[in-house]
Ligand binder design. Structure first.
Ligand SMILES: [Zn+2]
Ligand SMILES: [Zn+2]
Length: 390
């Protein structure tokens, strides 16, 4: 690349990523759980305790508190002492710090690293975990992927979750947090310490994300099993994305979720079709009339057409509680048998396929490029490095 072009390209990258290379994220934890009190205690490291902006204790290495949201205030009970805070009680991490949250409702205590901020919102606790993104990601991997996956697959998922985090920093802007800890964003239940491979995968891929041809962070969609063929993004969400293209995938075919079947009564089928398309005419439904009761799919279809109705398969999937939109249908003696493949929406990375590829020795880069076409894998830290070159 000529020198001038390289400089323009670099400047473009820097401008694009200057605003997103956050190192800290604010996660709303126990989000929506409507608790008005919780116990918090010291676990590890070094923290400072604050009531609003007033420092209560610097270098606190041992605390055991009960935090209560009452009226418009936050009460912190510590032995015989009570601190009443107008806005928030904070456990600020000084270097690395871990705290334990506990409540009689919890099956087990929850450990969080980083800072914890306890606010009172409408009489309930609104708890924020202010944490380094690289400390947050192993917890997300544990909650989203589980503990028994191959190490290379954890790297794949670490890059997906980091890309998701950075591309959704404004998802909860109104609440002054970046993300919540529910399925709505990414599931997160605190520090992960049960399998060191999760932490290793995050540190070995530190600052690595995926971008499209316009250098925008990608929507790294994934699902459990594609059934042998992924779908184009526009068939699921209307938006055509250059990197979410339908590809053939043979890696997932032997897994449990690769095939499914379900039988439903003719009555239920009719009821469902009428609900999805008020013009539905039972008489012209080719599936039932038997003229074409096997609509074999050689590619993944988007709609089911009958009479004047064109019904998106994703709506049929939701209405009938099906595992995927990748299915054939047969009618016989009042029963419709749906024989399907895969589990999930089918766009982007197929988890079963990617896990199989990792077990077969494919690298995380090959796996990501296989499922996300036309993308680049880049390191944000290397871009930062260029920013400070004199
Ligand atoms: Zn959320
Ligand atoms: Zn697949």
């Amino acid at each position: 690349m000529p020198r001038f072009k390289s400089i323009v390209f670099l400047l473009f990258l820097l401008l694009t990523f200057k605003n997103i290379s956050a190192t800290q994220v604010k996660i709303g934890i126990l989000y929506g759980s409507m608790l008005n009190e919780i116990n918090v205690s010291y676990k590890n490291g070094n923290s400072a305790l604050y009531c609003d902006s007033v420092l209560l204790k610097q270098d606190s290495r041992d605390f055991n508190l009960k935090i209560v949201a009452q009226n418009d205030s936050i009460f912190a009970y510590k032995g015989d002492s009570i601190f009443v805070c107008g806005k928030s009680f904070q456990i600020k991490a000084v270097e690395y710090s871990e705290s334990v949250l506990n409540h009689p409702k919890f099956k087990q205590e929850k450990v969080y690293s980083g800072s914890l901020i306890f606010n009172n919102v409408n009489g309930f606790l609104f708890i924020v975990n202010d944490i380094e993104i690289e400390d947050y990601l192993p917890g997300v991997l544990e909650a989203e992927v589980g503990l028994k996956r191959p190490p290379e697959y954890y790297k794949v998922q670490a890059i997906i979750c980091r890309t998701y985090t950075l591309s959704h920093l404004r998802r909860h802007e109104m609440e002054d947090i970046n993300l919540c800890d529910r399925e709505h964003c990414q599931v997160y239940k605190g520090v992960s310490n049960k399998n060191q491979e999760l932490n290793k995968a995050v540190s070995k891929t530190a600052d690595v994300v995926m971008v499209d041809n316009d250098f925008l962070l990608i929507t790294a969609a994934f699902h459990a099993n594609c059934g042998g063929q992924t779908v184009n993004s526009e068939d699921v969400w209307n938006n055509r994305l250059s990197y979410l293209r339908s590809i053939k995938d043979t890696f997932c075919l032997r897994e449990k979720s690769a095939v499914w079947s379900k039988q439903i009564s003719l009555e239920k089928w009719k009821e469902c079709m009428l609900k999805l398309c008020p013009n539905y005419d039972y008489g012209s439904d080719s599936l039932i009339s038997g003229k074409d009761n096997n609509f074999l799919q050689f590619t993944r279809k988007k709609d089911y057409s009958t009479g004047t109705c064109t019904i998106p398969l994703k709506e049929i999937r939701t209405a009938l509680g099906l595992r995927s939109t990748f299915f054939n249908a047969f009618y016989k003696d009042g029963i419709i048998t749906l024989s399907g493949r895969g589990f999930g929406h089918g766009a982007g990375l197929c988890q079963d396929g990617a896990i199989r590829m990792a077990k077969l020795g494919y690298s995380y880069k090959t796996i990501l490029h296989y499922y996300y076409q036309n993308t680049s894998i880049i390191n944000l830290d290397k871009l930062d490095f260029f920013m400070y070159v004199e």
